[in-house]
Write a protein that binds this ligand. Structure first.
Ligand code: ADP
Length: 260
C-alpha cells in the first residue's frame, strides 16, 4: 500500500483538517514486475543467438574460413541463429500488436474442419520423419465458426507443431473435432513426454518453457502458446490443456459454434 497525507491549514497556519489516501498498489507493482521480467527475458533471448553469431564470425575471421568444411558448418550455425532471432522478433511484434489491439482480424464465417485438415497435412512430413502417427478422426458433418482464417490456422498449427516437436519417435498424435453446443471443440492429444502440474500452470506465460535448451534447439521462441491464447480469447474462445508426465498432453481449443 502507498499512503498519502494532506494537512489543511487556516489563515493562521492552524491545522483544521487532514486527508489520508490509502492506495492499494499491489496490482500496479505486479504489473511493473511483470514488465521488468519481460524486458529481461527479451534481452536474454536476443543476446543468446547474438553471442553465438559473434563468436562463430570471429572464429571464421581468425582463420577458420580457410577450411571450407568448417566454414560451411559455422555459416550454417550463423544462419540458424539469425532465423531464430527473426522468429523471435516476429513473435514479439505480433504480441505487441495484440496487446495494443492493433491487429485487424478479418472475421468471416469459416469451415473449421477444412482449416484443421489443411493444418494437419502441413505437419504430416514432420511427423513422418519421426515415425509418428498423426491420426485425424475426420467427422461426417461440418463445423463453422466466425473468425480470421489465418489466425485460427496459426493457433492450430502451433499446437500440432508442439505435439510433433515435443513427442518422441513413434509417438501417436490424435486430432478430433466435435460439437459441444456453444462451442466446437478441437482436441490435439499426444502420448509424448507430458508436462508436470507445476509447469502446466505457467505454460501460457510469455517465454515460459519447460526445457529452455530443448525448445531453443527446436527453433521455439517460448511465445507460441501465449500468442495462441490471446488469439483464442479474441475470438471469444478458449484454450485448455491437460497433461501427465510420461503419459502425454491434450490441448483443447474451443471455438464459438456458428450453428448454435
Ligand atoms: P516453444 O516456442 O518453446 O515451443 P510454446 O509457447 O509453443 O513455446 O510452448 C511452451 C512450452 O510448452 C514448450 O517449450 C514446451 O516445454 C511445452 N509444450 C508445449 N506443447 C507441448 C507438448 N505437446 N508436450 C510437451 N510439452 C509441450
Amino acid at each position: 500500500y502507498s499512503v498519502y497525507f494532506a494537512k489543511f491549514l487556516d489563515q493562521h497556519n492552524e491545522a483544521v483538517g487532514l486527508i489520508c489516501v490509502i492506495q492499494d498498489i499491489t496490482e500496479h507493482k505486479k504489473l511493473e514486475e511483470m514488465q521488468k521480467e519481460f524486458v529481461a527475458n527479451v534481452s536474454h533471448e536476443l543476446r543468446t543467438p547474438l553471442t553465438t553469431i559473434k563468436s562463430y564470425t570471429e572464429t571464421l575471421l581468425e582463420g577458420a574460413l580457410e577450411d571450407s568444411d568448417i566454414a560451411v558448418r559455422f555459416l550454417e550455425v550463423i544462419n540458424h541463429e539469425s532465423d531464430r532471432m527473426t522468429a523471435l522478433v516476429q513473435d514479439l511484434l505480433e504480441l505487441s500488436k495484440l496487446d495494443n489491439k492493433q491487429i485487424k482480424f478479418a472475421m468471416n464465417d469459416i469451415n473449421l474442419e477444412n482449416i484443421l485438415e489443411d493444418s494437419i497435412n502441413k505437419y504430416r512430413i514432420h511427423s513422418e520423419k519421426k515415425n509418428q502417427s498423426l491420426i485425424y478422426h475426420k467427422p461426417n458433418n461440418t463445423f463453422r465458426t466466425i473468425g480470421d482464417v489465418n489466425r485460427i490456422e496459426q493457433v492450430i498449427k502451433n499446437i500440432i507443431s508442439n505435439a510433433v516437436k515435443y513427442s518422441p519417435e513413434g509417438a501417436i498424435i490424435e486430432i478430433s473435432i466435435e460439437d459441444q453446443n456453444k462451442y466446437v471443440k478441437v482436441s490435439i492429444a499426444d502420448n509424448g513426454m507430458g508436462i508436470s502440474k507445476d509447469d502446466l500452470k505457467r505454460i501460457f506465460e510469455r517465454f515460459y518453457r519447460v526445457d529452455k535448451a530443448r525448445s531453443r534447439e527446436m527453433g521455439g521462441t517460448g511465445l507460441g502458446l501465449a500468442i495462441a491464447k490471446e488469439i483464442m480469447e479474441y475470438h471469444g474462445g478458449k484454450i485448455l490443456v491437460d497433461s501427465e508426465v510420461g503419459v502425454g498432453t491434450t490441448f483443447e481449443l474451443y471455438f464459438l459454434n456458428k450453428q448454435s
